[in-house]
Design a protein around this ligand. Structure first.
Ligand SMILES: *Cc1c(COP(=O)(O)O)cnc(C)c1O
Length: 415
């Protein structure tokens, strides 16, 4: 109540001073509240998380770590960071947490900096199969500074090709193996990757940016017992502020901390760290556990609905919040499908498919589940998507249906 009153007051201040920007914020708020947010990496933070983000902690410089800062006046923000660290450690059962990475990519950069030297060989999921830019893209620091070898997925099943992972590890003897993806809808077998890493003497880095929120809610297996370093984001299923996080064992703690600051980052963003603490607090509740399981139930119903409508859902379904599908059986390619769906108020992404050159669709249920939608709504969304793709429902009619559904479930931080 008081939070939303404060936000209204803040919006009024911005409107008086800068109506041009106030209009843009309002327009985005309305876009989020009147279309369906099916982008797999997006979510709606709580008003409490937004309150921490929009707080005076945004004014504070705090290079270094709690108790060892390069700036004065850090005694209060130090407590915020200690709370964030303690909550992350207990939420994920980790010996050490670094909550300073500005993004998921920054967390991966720091993990590499902690364990590798330029020129080292790294084995990771190839970009055409769902690897992230930080897993060896030539357009990214990772591809420039390290020698990446890519493993893939089985063209038929869409599942990670474990035999190939083992064979490539034996042939290339990488310094590190990365598991984690932007598009893989199934649980990763962390025990398998640990075994291969041990066999070839490699570090194991789990880039759990997507599933870490499911891990927090007990709806996906945890990489923490298996990986040397776990990289994550805090803004995907985990539903916190935009940012990154690193979890590791006590023996790597110092190397990881130095790799974040001063090696790859400057001052910590204390407003974001406070917001991460708020999100970790929320993620430790029974409500979040129920949320995480509902996210998966919803994705499974949505995947089944899309399959029943004739789309080719990769791996035949999902274990997580994430679905990838080939719309080709509907007579459209991925890019055309994304455009047609966007025009009808259904916002999602394209992605690579395990086989061939064509693009598929990538979507997820984290945001719509935060809005309170359940299995019934997911079945409806599958039908709506299929009608739009087949051209049975035009953009205007689709947009009206998407809007009607979205308005029945107002998002907590865009209402
Ligand atoms: C989202 C994601 C990232 C990067 O997160 P940013 O905050 O956008 O930098 C890295 N790795 C994987 C696997 C991701 O899904």
């Amino acid at each position: 109540m008081s939070v939303s009153r404060t936000r209204t007051a803040e919006a009024a201040v911005l409107r008086r001073q800068d109506p041009e920007l106030a209009d843009i914020l309002l327009g985005e708020q309305q876009r989020q509240a009147t279309t369906l947010q099916l982008i797999a990496a997006e979510n709606f933070t709580s008003p409490a998380v937004l309150a921490a983000l929009g707080s005076p902690l945004a004014n504070k410089y705090a290079e270094g770590y709690p108790g060892a800062r390069h700036h004065g006046g850090c005694e209060i923000v130090d407590v915020a960071e200690r709370i964030a660290i303690d909550r992350a450690k207990s939420l994920f059962g980790a010996e050490h947490a670094n909550v300073q990475p500005h993004s998921g990519s920054s967390a991966v950069l720091a993990a590499y900096a902690a364990l590798l030297r330029p020129g080292d060989t790294v084995l990771a999921l190839g970009l055409p199969y769902g690897g992230h830019l930080t897993h060896g893209s030539p357009a990214n620091f990772s591809g420039r500074w390290f020698d990446f070898v890519g493993y893939g997925v089985d063209a038929e099943s869409g599942l990670i090709d474990h035999d190939q992972v083992r064979a490539l590890a034996r042939a290339h003897r990488p310094k590190a193996i990365v598991c984690g993806s932007i598009a893989y809808p199934r649980h990763v077998d962390y025990a398998f990757f640990r075994e291969v890493a041990d066999e070839v003497g490699a570090y194991l880095i789990a880039d759990a940016a997507h599933p870490i929120g499911l891990v927090a809610g007990g709806a996906a297996p945890s990489p923490v017992p298996y990986a040397d370093i776990v990289c994550a984001t805090t803004h995907k299923v985990l539903r916190g502020p935009r940012g990154g996080m690193i979890l590791c064992g006590a023996e790597l703690a110092e190397r990881v901390d130095r790799a974040v600051f001063p090696f790859t980052q400057g001052g910590a963003q204390m407003h974001t760290i406070a917001a991460k603490a708020v999100a970790f607090g929320e993620a430790a509740t029974p409500e979040f556990k129920a949320y995480a399981h509902q996210v998966v139930d919803n994705a499974q119903v949505l995947a089944a609905g899309l399959t029943a409508e004739g789309l080719a859902v990769t791996t035949g379904g999902t274990d997580t919040h994430l679905i990838t599908a080939d719309p080709a059986p509907q007579g459209v390619d991925g890019r055309t499908a994304r455009g047609r769906l966007a025009a009808a108020g259904l916002v999602l992404d394209c992605c690579a498919l395990p086989h061939g050159e064509s693009r598929g669709l990538r979507l997820g249920t984290a945001a719509v589940t935060t809005q309170g939608m359940g299995e019934g709504e997911m079945a409806y969304v599958a039908g709506l998507m299929a009608r739009v793709l087949r051209g049975e429902t035009d953009a205007q009619r689709g947009r009206a249906e998407a809007r009607e559904l979205a308005e029945r479930f107002p998002p907590p931080s865009a209402g």
